[in-house]
Design a binder for this molecule. Sequence first.
Ligand code: MG
Length: 249
Amino acid sequence: MISIKSKTDLAKMREAGKIAGGALKLAGESIRAGMSTLELDKIVHDYIVRCGAKPSFKGYGGFPGSACISINEEVIHGIPRANKIIREGDIVSVDVGAFYNGFHGDTCATFPCGEISDEAKALLEVTKASLYEGIAQAQVGARLGDVSHAIEEYCASRGYGIVRNYCGHGVGRELHESPEVPNWGRAGHGPRLTAGMTIAIEPMINVKGDDVRVLKDGWTVLTVSGSLSAHFEHTIAITPDGPVIMTQP
Ligand code: MG
């Protein structure tokens, strides 16, 4: 069942989203060559705790970090590690969740470390733009497939691979709620979007191919092709005034 949030719920959820967005912004500003992903995770963790919130991901399904930090060919769910060092030219996805006021905010962005290749720059631009293509379709009365299709169309027409083993999701009192929000689909199909629905839209896009595999650590998902992968995500609310991004800092 898809849970519908009241205006009061949405106001509380916006606060959680603001904290998640703030943590993500700080992470992006903090990335430097030579730093470990564990150091970056600590920055995210400390910010969320300072705001009086709880990191949604810590302990979720046994995940050890506060943020999922995935570099280059890693798609999602990278475990922060002291011996994992960010290098100049890397692209670094930081996925952050904050639980506050009884609600979660879930957001992600892929950041460049210093100068990155033209291929990497284009990937980041396309993935980010596809998120906003999807958000634009999240209107009262539309279908979930309209959101999915907009993302797929934008990325596939530019030759990029769309990860199909993972997708976005409803979000609210639980980190993962109904419905699933795939990054591919048919326009005009799927659940009807109504006011008060809150969903995390999160395209995961590869330079080459759709296929992914999970590393031996049981968490880290990476591209089979070895190509770069990017991930952008916002938690949004569907309202009569259009989609509202909840995870803006
Ligand atoms: Mg998510």
